[in-house]
Design a protein around this ligand. Structure first.
Ligand code: SAH
Ligand code: SF4
Length: 342
């Protein structure tokens, strides 16, 4: 018999289930708190739950049905986990420590592989395997919390996969992260390559996460060269969606822009980007291109990177250059390829 995975449940559903076994509501509340607030890794950790019921739980239930298959720790403290799900598929998740003193950010995967085929990204290179279910997305955070004993404060959907191509599960995961893990929705960022109808659908849900857009080019021609999605929803259609999202949240949108040497890092490119973003409330995150095996792109020169940053800042935007984290363990942006996949 397949065990019931308790981390799949909302609080209400967990209460219903525990009551259906003949136990009281307070028992469900204890278990809920062990799973979501106290990083329990097994039912035996749940010391205030009576022994007989722990035995019942051990027999019929499990907290998680995935496991940490591999763990790598970078020189800079970043930890990359390879999580193996119950069907043997794997995806990475990355814990970024030391962002600043109080933040502990988790970068989660939403799919095994990705269908979007961006030219600069390692994730899509092995094709697409499947969507992750909501609880499988959230399990990545639980594993890291159990492993480190720390409480995650921020979540970014910037691991493997295109979150808005797995819309229902991602929206469900946002609820679990917000309600069960008690992480404020403003501390959750969903990053997308720009699936416009799904951005609009997201803007109609109750929980509006911070939106990050993988823009990566300042015009249609350049963007279509590296991002197939541009042919379906072009940069002008995307613009309209950004304006709508802007109206609905106080938070600024994050614009992600990979600087690729000699491709999109010129003075002209910067000025075009400034024009495009002029009336969008956003912060800009410049990501120096991380080389992927076997592709033709180059890292940007430091000088060009600083010029690009300066020009955007002079236009009034807040700009950060994304620190390269965990590059020594292939945990940096675009390097997640789900090694060891079946
Ligand atoms: N699919 C979503 C989220 C995951 S990708 C998206 O594309 O937004 C996380 C970020 O890493 C995206 O901004 C992505 O474009 C970027 N990225 C991909 N490959 C990269 C590379 N080789 N160097 C630097 N950043 C990369
Ligand atoms: Fe998919 Fe994002 Fe990589 Fe593009 S950048 S292939 S959307 S994971």
């Amino acid at each position: 018999m397949k065990k019931i995975v308790l981390s799949r449940f909302s609080k209400e559903a967990l209460i219903d289930y525990i009551i259906s076994t003949g136990e009281k509501k307070f028992r469900a509340e204890q278990i809920f708190s062990w799973i979501w607030a106290k990083n329990a890794s097994s039912f035996d950790d749940m010391t205030d739950v009576k022994k007989e019921f722990r035995a019942f739980l051990n027999e019929n239930c499990t907290i998680l049905d995935s496991k940490i298959k591999m763990r790598q720790i970078s020189k800079d403290g970043t930890i990359k986990y390879l999580i193996e799900f119950s069907d043997g598929n794997c995806a990475e998740t990355v814990l970024m420590r030391f962002d600043n003193r109080s933040n502990l950010s988790m970068c989660v995967s939403s799919q095994v592989g990705c269908k979007m085929g961006c030219k600069f990204c390692a994730t899509g290179k092995n094709g697409f395997k499947r969507n992750l279910l909501a609880y499988e997305i959230v399990s990545q955070i639980l594993h890291a919390q159990i492993d480190t004993g720390l409480k995650i404060t921020n979540v970014v959907f910037m691991g493997q996969g295109e979150p808005l191509d797995n819309f229902e599960n991602v929206v469900e995961a946002l609820k679990l992260i917000n309600k069960n893990l008690q992480i404020s929705i403003r501390r959750i960022t969903v990053s997308t390559c720009g699936i416009v109808p799904k951005i609009l659908e997201l803007s109609n849900t109750d929980l509006l996460p911070t939106l990050a857009i993988s823009l990566h080019a300042p015009n249609h021609t350049l963007r279509s060269e590296v991002m197939p999605i541009e042919k379906k929803y072009d940069i002008n259609t995307l613009y309209d969606a950004l304006k709508i999202y802007n109206k609905l949240t106080k938070d600024r949108i994050t614009i992600e822009y990979i600087l690729i040497g000699g491709f999109n890092d010129s003075l002209e490119n910067a000025n075009e980007l400034i024009k495009y973003l002029k009336n969008i409330k956003c912060n800009i995150n410049l990501i120096p291109y991380n080389p992927i095996k076997g592709d033709k792109f180059k890292k940007p020169e430091r000088n060009n990177m600083l010029r690009f940053k300066y020009l955007l800042e002079a236009s009034g935007k807040k700009v950060t250059i994304r620190l390269e984290r965990g590059a020594d363990i292939d945990a940096a942006c675009g390097q997640l390829a789900g090694k060891l996949n079946k």
